[in-house]
Design a binder for this molecule. Sequence first.
Ligand code: G5P
Ligand code: MG
Length: 226
Amino acid sequence: MAKLFRAAIMGPPGSGKGTISKRIAQSFGLLYLSSGHYLRESIAANTEAGLLVKSYVERSMLVPDHVMTKLMLPRLEQLSGHSWLLDGFPRTQSQALALNNLYQLDLVISLNIPYETLRERLSDRWVHPASGRVYNMGFNPPRVQGKDDLTGEPLIQHDDDKPEALMSRLRHYKDVAKPVMNLYKSQGVLHSFSGTDTNRIWPYINSLLNTKMHTQPPDACQTKTP
Ligand code: G5P
Ligand code: MG
């Protein structure tokens, strides 16, 4: 049986985690688990836990660690015989340590995207507040302008996606992500990719995965796109 492969992708809001994860899942057959997706599912279920989650996600604030680990870890335990890719989890040191107690990751991809690029992408972002579904007017617009695809309800733009708030969120992301990146760097599994365009970063990630999944060398390096 082929060796199981466990990976995670990290990056600030709007950095392309979801877009790249879908390509990885499709090309390499990894199961893809997105923290944002499970959070939105929990919001849609309208339970007490969902309402709590909503109060954080609506303000683009991090959901508390104990809620996140309870949401993600049992799902992984059900997938013990599978290879997988995590998108958006772990995001804090405490989440990374909780995951690390259960699984040693083979690869962590970190997306390093310039602030100006993120600002442009996120300032074009519209959200369906009840479900947390996100649209981008340039890249993935709703079918009807200003309306959610599933419910037809109006979309809104977050105050947090305005430039001043965005800057502080991105700074916060960096602070919180640093110890997580240090952990994976010390384990030799962290690979960082820099660039402004997902389609230009993708071939480098694709080729790294081809190497890792077929040979799994124990060494680590920092991969930079030009
Ligand atoms: P999410 O759902 O993980 P975010 O805020 O981290 O949400 P998001 O929006 O999902 O990030 P992404 O997945 O990094 O962004 O990027 P994406 O969706 O692929 O691309 C962003 C947009 O840019 C898309 O519209 C895409 O089409 C477009 N795009 C991609 N590439 C390009 C390109 O090359 N060019 C152009 N022009 N456009 C492009 O988390 C949501 C919330 O849940 C909570 C937090 O509150 C978070 O805010 N949360 C957690 N809280 C605590 N701990 C965790 N582990 C949490 N995980 C989620
Ligand atoms: Mg995403």
